[in-house]
Structures are given as C-alpha cells and as structure tokens.
Design a protein around this ligand. Structure first.
Ligand code: 1GP
Length: 267
C-alpha cells in the first residue's frame, strides 16, 4: 500500500534527496509527455510527477500517464490540479491539502471528491501538504490561495509546522510553475530547521546552482517542470541538477534527516 512512499522515503534516506520531474499533460500529451519523462529518467530523476492547473484532467492526463508508464520504470505520481486528475494508470497521487487556500472548494470539496476516485483507481495516496508561496503563479490563482509572503518566512514556518503536527508525510513549498522570483533560500532554511518531515521545493528552478543551494539549505528535494520543457538536453540538465544536489547535501553542516527515525515509523 505504501510502496511509492517507501521508495521516496528510502531515496531521501539513502541519497539525502529526491529529484522530481514534472510533466504537464496539457503541454506534453501522450507520447510527447512520455518522451520527456524518459529523458528525465535517463537524467536520473527519482520519480515523475504528472499534473497541471488547467487542462490536465480526464483522458488528457490518463492517456499521458499510460504512455509514460510504458516507457519509464521509475514511479509515476499524480500531482493533481483537480479531482478529475485521478487516473488508475499512475502508481500514486499526492493527496494534497492546500494549506493556504481561502476557498472551501479547494480546502474541503477537492480532497473529498478525489477520495472515492482514488479508492476506485486503487492507487496510493501520499498525504502531502501544499504551501503556495508568492508569486503562486497559475496554481495560486486557481486554488484561490493567499500565498505565503516571502518577506515573512516565520509565517511559512508556522504553516509547515502545522502540516507536520497534523500528520503530513511531506510538504511541498511551491512558488508556482515558471516563477521568476529568486529562489527563497532563507525561507527554505528556516522551515528545514524546524520540521522533521521532508520538504520539497518547486517553482522556477532552472540551474544547478539553485538546486545546490536548495538542498544545502535543508530541503529534501526539488520538482522541476519548466526548465525541462525549455531545455534542449533534458538528460544533461537533470544529471547536472542531480550532481549539484548531491554536492549541496554533502556540504550541509547538519543533516535534518537525522531525526527521521520518527518518520520511518509512519511508513
Ligand atoms: C510547479 O513546482 C512546480 O508546481 C514546478 O515549477 O515549472 O517552474 O519548474 P517549474
């Protein structure tokens, strides 16, 4: 039942981090998405996330996941933009609790409506708290989030602690796809110092330097979509991100995952 989570958790424990490649089936449908996912796998991504805020539901996401599954061996996880993103062809789904939505639909009905679909699809739900950070981009607008302000990292720290206290297995802090703001290293550092569960950062990561510092500051992973879409050599891009993450992890003064024996019990 917890196969994909165990795999992710073991990857974090063994290597220090995970690298997620994100495919938006609205932009990369079926074979197109599968070829991109294959390059990510060859570039040593740990798992493929599939999802998007718009146009990534029903047959569009399901056909794409099925094509990806035929080509790659690493887990394929749905990163749902709405309840209609559930597909039986995936290995797992991030069961998203959108921490800072102001909408009762996204806070309550969205997970409610996903639930019977996940049950029927018999895929693994991974409880993830999703925290949208400024600027939030399309995901922030669609989910009616009140994005965490970058100048007030203490608020994001409280949000992350609240997620941990409520039993989340993992936190995704996301500036939104294609964010052009600076990567919030200080905020990542402050959250990582306070929480025990893995923190993943996404939104605007394009370079090995960003990947290095995100991991060095204590995050347990990154998710990368736009940079892959724009890259001429996705394999090389992902390999260089991975190498940078490895160096970032090795250069940490302390390893926040030392305390994760507690998390292990939850697997
Ligand atoms: C979006 O965090 C992801 O939800 C990835 O962002 O497309 O900017 O890599 P990018």
């Amino acid at each position: 039942m917890n196969r994909t989570w165990s795999y992710l958790y073991n990857s974090i424990n063994t290597n220090g981090f995970v690298l997620f490649g994100l495919i938006d089936p609205d932009k990369h449908y079926e074979e197109n998405g599968a070829n991109l996912a294959l390059s990510m796998e060859k570039g040593e991504a740990d798992a493929i996330l599939v999802g998007g805020s718009t146009g990534a539901e029903g047959e569009i996401i399901s056909d794409t996941i099925r094509s990806i599954k035929k080509k790659v061996n690493i887990p394929v996880i749905i990163f749902p933009g709405n309840a209609g993103a559930v597909s039986r062809y995936a290995d797992a789904i991030f069961y998203l609790n959108i921490k800072n939505t102001t909408s009762s639909y996204w806070g309550s009905e969205f997970p409610f409506l996903m639930t019977p679909l996940i049950k029927k699809a018999a895929i693994e739900p991974i409880p993830v708290v999703y925290m949208l950070l400024e600027p939030g981009q399309t995901a922030g607008w669609i989910s009616q989030a009140c994005p965490f302000p970058r100048q007030k990292p203490d608020l994001a720290v409280i949000g992350a602690l609240s997620a941990e206290y409520a039993g989340a297995k993992m936190i995704v802090v996301d500036s939104g796809s294609g964010s052009r703001l600076d990567t919030p290293f200080e905020l990542i550092s402050q959250i990582s110092n306070e929480i025990k569960i893995p923190l993943i950062y996404g939104g605007g990561i394009k370079t090995p330097e960003q990947a290095y510092t995100v991991i060095q500051k204590g995050a347990s992973g990154i998710q990368v979509g736009t940079a892959a879409e724009e890259s001429k050599d996705v394999i090389d891009l992902f390999k260089s991100l991975r190498e940078a993450m490895k160096n970032g992890y090795n250069s940490r003064n302390m390893k926040p995952l030392d305390v994760q024996a507690e998390v292990r019990q939850a697997i």
